[in-house]
Design a protein around this ligand. Structure first.
Ligand code: MG
Length: 379
């Protein structure tokens, strides 16, 4: 099953997908979701992957243009120089390249897709032995211009089926926003907040004011590189701390939990640089009894399908950023992901197809492509 795959060409492109409305977080605003997409081609078949890097290097160090250049100039040539490769071998193949986790993960994802297509199995079965057929739907609401507008958006999302609402916060746009959202959706909807590292430990008293709202967690309150400060904050608030940007590897995730810097883990495969490492993190979370959920990146259809496959892992105990395509995009490069079920109880089916190709919309992909290049073996 793990026979290596020979890659003879890599088609790299950037697509541009307009968002239905700008998405604002503490780190910046996204209006058009550009993304790098890759397709691996060879005698053993093809594989597709998307790169989660955002248009600008504001969430982490990677950006779409930067990741595209790294894929074209660093990772792509190494892949084409290899005789043949398995998805599990990607981490070792790129061992001499520093950083670039999202670009690395996109190649691993495309190889996983090629293997699943060849082997006639779903991606979810690569990530866990007994994947769930459905996962609950969750959504993130960006920073809006008032608490009332945020509360109205939260209510609208619950009506659409979302049972977990994540609200972006930033200094000066926090307690009143959360108060309004909690009052609007009532006590039974899961509410969490994401600060994208915009506070410091000096804000601990302010963050403790969020404790009264029964939040599932507060995500990344402090800077990504401050595990010790997060551990100190955890002693001063009762809301569980979840880390996102800080967790860049399996080892760092276990270290963060061990230090008391977080009690909830946001699993984003592209941030770890590996979808297989993300599944391993989930295995560890189950073993040590830590709650985990799958984070999103305003993903294209490919990333959305991959996240659903990962979210089917039984160790993803909390609802993730698993949203319908139509929540963010008017058009995508894949068939739409949709929600089933009533208000606050929506679920999304985990894809069972062997490979992404059947879900891809080639015409949509071409229509939204703004850059394309092909790398070839021996060229
Ligand atoms: Mg986050």
């Amino acid at each position: 099953m793990s026979d290596a795959i020979r890659i003879d060409a890599i088609e790299l492109r950037i697509v541009a997908l307009p968002l239905i409305e700008p998405f604002v977080a503490a780190h910046g605003t996204t209006t058009v979701r550009t993304a790098a997409i890759l397709r691996l081609l060879g005698p053993d078949g093809e594989g597709w992957g998307d790169c989660a890097a955002l248009p600008e290097a504001t969430y982490t160090e990677e950006s779409v243009d930067g990741a595209f250049a790294v894929l074209r100039d660093e990772l792509g040539p190494r892949l084409l120089a290899a005789d043949a490769i398995t998805a599990a071998g990607v981490r070792a193949l790129f061992g001499s390249v520093r950083g670039q986790p999202m670009a690395r993960a996109s190649i691993e994802l495309a190889l996983l897709d090629a293997e699943c297509t060849r082997d006639g199995r779903s991606l979810a079965t690569r990530f866990s032995e007994a994947p769930r057929p459905m996962v609950p739907a969750g959504v993130a609401i960006g920073l809006l211009d008032s608490p009332d507008r945020t509360a109205a958006a939260a209510l609208a999302r619950v009506a659409e089926g979302y049972g977990r609402i994540k609200v972006k916060i930033a200094p000066g746009r926090d307690v009143e926003v959360v108060r309004a959202v909690r009052a609007a959706v009532g006590p039974d909807i899961e509410v969490m907040v994401d600060a994208n590292g915009s506070y410091t430990l000096d804000d601990a008293a302010r963050l403790a004011e969020l404790d009264e709202f029964g939040l599932t967690s507060i995500e990344q309150p402090l800077a990504a590189d401050s595990l010790a400060d997060h551990a100190a904050l955890a002693l001063r608030i009762t809301t569980p701390i979840c880390l996102d940007e800080s967790l860049t590897s399996v080892a760092r995730t276990l270290e963060a939990v061990e230090l008391g810097a977080c009690s909830v883990v946001c699993v984003k495969a592209p941030r770890f640089g590996s979808w297989l490492d993300a599944a391993e993190v989930l295995d560890h979370c189950a073993r040590i009894g830590v709650d985990a959920w799958i984070g999103g990146m305003l993903d294209t259809g490919l990333g959305r399908l991959a996240n659903l496959a990962l979210a089917a892992h039984p160790a993803a105990t909390l609802t993730g950023d698993l949203s319908a395509t139509a929540r963010f995009f008017t058009e995508d490069i894949c068939a739409e992901v949709v929600i089933d079920g009533g208000p606050g109880a929506g679920v999304i089916a985990v894809p069972t197809a062997a490979g992404f190709a059947a879900a891809l919309d080639p015409a949509g992909l071409d229509r939204h492509t703004i850059t394309i290049t092909t790398l070839r073996r021996g060229a």
